[in-house]
Design a protein around this ligand. Structure first.
Ligand code: ATP
Length: 509
């Protein structure tokens, strides 16, 4: 039995290490030193990621009658990105350090004036963290001590570099060098990756790797309406790679430059109650995250303030997840009005309207957009599932076990089949027969090497919900039963093959 779950001191470090050790995630091109912001998914990571995608697709598309699928190309006509506003506006504010050549996102680089007895005596800076204000306060105290300034230090007021006045910028120290004078004023940096299509490299061949999958759904809207059997309200969903030249990729796979999105555009009547529909989709997304094992306690909502929304946007709510590095956006659900279809209608000259039988009028549908990153869900499930525990082995000795409490829906391996001894033909034969039958439908692992306790631990660490041991009772006693060992409780019970398949049918969907 599990005696205690101890909080892991550095959860991110433990997860990155497990991900590498057990083949979930590797740095891309690692033998050449890696490439910042790019990752490879190893054998178990590939399975986990595929299961996340498949669960989403099944629940979002196949099990609904009002959503259809799409797979649009990654490189689209460059006019798509002009009409969508990405060429002009898909930017982040960038600050350079002229000395170190480091680049920072201005909204992630914080500074504060050091104010002593109501007089500004200098500036300190810090990169965004879980405790940015605390770090700036400590830096301000150190600054005052170092310069031997007498007087009372005022509590610091943290601002990011987009809020810095022109006269302040030369006085703010660079986080790279600790010295002032090298930071530039923020400027806009477009995050789209550019490429050239065809043999010519000139202005006419410029194209972009898509920074989101969503535009595919807008550009193909008419094709789907004309060919699918869709009627408002309906959705078009897509899963695929997106690319953003992020200034500071960080926090492992949370923010990378190549990532995968699962997006859905839900088209509604222009007179429909968009706020109700928006709320329904937010609730749907929350329930779905829980269905793949994310605990309620780690989820929250962030409603974007009205004054920060784009002019066309009616409302955006992000579902936030409590990652080890802070509460961050996991899933954005935006009510976008009819902005995108209207933009493409104007730019292409092709109307993007639907005919309303009731009013005999044409109109451009409005849209609700739930957009989420597969990699962010992947990291969230690892963070929520990881635990280190002290447990007793069969002899009563206390030992540590690492366990991934992944939902059976997404666990990379559903069942491990373990013959108790590898040199007993009857045990191995029965185990092989069960393994062959199971693997037709499920991802199963066969393991006959080592002590049974150690084999259980190996499966715990990769999140396998069940181990089935073929032991002497299986072959000697009537009933053809196996020992079923459950990962989280570590409890064991005897089970028949029929019961095992029934359990899997119920839990893996
Ligand atoms: P952020 O503010 O974190 O940069 P965003 O608001 O720009 O994200 P959207 O454009 O709404 O993100 O993209 C939808 C979803 O795609 C996000 O909620 C997130 O799950 C995922 N996503 C966006 N950028 C990245 C990235 N660089 N790496 C991994 N996932 C990402």
């Amino acid at each position: 039995m599990s005696d205690s779950t101890t909080p892991t001191a550095n959860l991110m470090e433990a997860i990155v290490s497990l991900a590498k050790r057990r083949g979930f995630v590797f740095a891309s091109s690692e033998i050449y030193g890696g490439l910042n912001g790019f990752f490879d998914y190893g054998p178990l990571g590939t399975e986990l990621k595929k299961n996340i995608r498949d669960c989403w697709w099944d629940d979002m598309v196949r099990r609904r009658e009002d959503v259809v699928g799409l797979e649009s190309s990654i490189i689209m006509h460059p006019k798509v990105w002009e009409a969508s506003g990405h060429v002009a506006g898909f930017t982040d504010p960038l600050v350079d350090c002229k000395v170190s050549k480091q680049r920072y996102r201005a909204d992630q680089l914080f500074f504060a004036a050091v104010v002593v007895d109501e007089k500004t005596v200098g500036y300190v800076s810090a990169l965004e963290s879980e405790n940015t204000t605390g770090e700036l306060q400590t830096a301000a105290e150190a600054f005052k001590r170092k310069k031997a300034i007498q007087g009372t230090l005022a509590p610091i007021v943290a601002k990011d570099m987009t809020e810095a006045r022109e006269d302040e910028i030369p006085l703010i120290p660079s986080p790279a060098t600790g010295e002032a004078g090298s930071l530039t004023a923020p400027r806009s940096f477009n995050m789209m990756f550019q490429t050239n299509v065809g043999a010519m490299t000139d202005a006419s061949s410029v194209a972009y790797l898509r920074p989101e999958t969503a535009q595919g759904m807008f550009v193909d809207f008419k094709n789907v309406v004309d060919t699918g059997r869709v009627k408002l309200p309906f959705g078009i969903a897509q899963i695929g790679k997106s690319f953003r030249n992020e200034i500071t990729p960080r926090n492992f796979i949370f923010r990378s430059r190549e990532f995968e999105q699962m997006e859905m555009e839900y088209f509604i009547h222009e007179d429909a109650d968009w706020a109700k529909c928006h709320e329904e989709w937010i609730a749907w997304c929350e329930a779905w995250l829980k269905s793949i094992g994310l605990p309620d306690s780690h989820l929250s909502r962030y409603t974007h303030p009205k004054e920060k929304l784009a002019f066309y946007s009616r409302g955006t709510v992000d579902i936030m997840f409590n990652y080890p590095f802070g509460v961050q956006e996991l899933w954005g659900i935006a009510a976008r009005g009819n902005y995108d279809l209207t933009q493409h209608a104007n730019a292409s000259g092709k109307p993007q309207e639907i005919f309303d039988e009731a009013t005999k009028k044409k109109f451009v549908p409005h849209v609700i957009e739930p957009a989420v990153g597969v990699d962010r869900i992947f990291l969230a499930v690892l963070c929520a599932a990881y635990a280190e525990e002290e447990v007793k082995d069969e002899k009563g000795n206390v030992e540590k076990r690492t366990v991934l409490r992944l939902s059976p829906r997404i666990a990379p391996v559903k069942v491990a089949v373990l013959p108790l001894l590898k040199n007993k033909e009857q045990l191995v034969g029965r185990a092989q027969a069960l393994y062959t039958k199971l693997k037709r439908r499920y991802a199963v692992f066969y393991d006959e090497a080592g002590a049974i306790g150690r084999r259980y631990r190996r499966q715990d660490e990769i999140g396998t919900p069940w181990c089935v041991t073929i032991d002497f009772d299986t072959i000697e006693k009537p009933g053809d039963t196996f020992t079923l060992r459950e990962r989280d409780s570590m409890q064991q019970q005897r089970i028949t093959e029929t019961e095992l398949f029934a359990l899997l049918e119920e839990q893996v969907y």
